[in-house]
Design a protein around this ligand. Sequence first.
Ligand code: ADP
Length: 218
Amino acid sequence: MEKQFAVIGLGRFGTSVCQELYAMGHDVLAIDRSEEKVEFASDYATKAIVANGVDERTLKALGIRNFDYVVVAIGEHIQESVLATLLLKELGVANVWVKASNAKHYRILEKVGADRIIRPEHEMGIRIAHLLDSTKVIDYIELSDEHSIVELAATEKIANKTIAQLNIRKKYHCTLIGYKRNGQLNIHLSPEEVIYENDLLILAGENSDLKRFEKKGL
Ligand code: ADP
């Protein structure tokens, strides 16, 4: 069964989520109380409707509980975002993902049962800081406070060696998930495979181990 998505609030964040899901071929219901926003959204949603995301009757009439994921992206309207989250959880939506605009908002959303809370500016800020911190890190994804996935370019120092010879797991306690070469991602790794200079290594591990590999291993 295809997953069903609904996005409530079509500001910059909600619109991006909606557009991307739709481009991937998913069914997306887009909801906003602004007619103008809904009109714009009709090009990148399966269905776009003008409705109030905190109105219980409307949500019920839309059969919102049958959606697998509902994204609440009503931005700065904290009270409404919290109310919508509460209602959606009460109505039985399995996954309610909510955009929080600040730390306080985040804490309230945790309390009312949001399944995932996103702070786009905060998360992006952290990611950018990591990219700025190191010229070697091409990309960075935070998994938890202590764990990340990083993309690092292979230097001359480790080039022309096999994955077994590099022995990254043993030496640095990091896991090589895959690598990108000429834009192609390879995740079916064998120990005999040779790494070339400028291959982009994708590694998962504890932040301190990843840092150690970046500083000493490359
Ligand atoms: P962003 O920071 O992602 O651009 P905005 O705060 O600009 O977010 O946009 C939030 C959107 O949510 C607006 O389009 C607004 O009309 C919509 N919105 C706010 N409250 C509700 C609500 N109760 N129901 C539906 N849509 C809402």
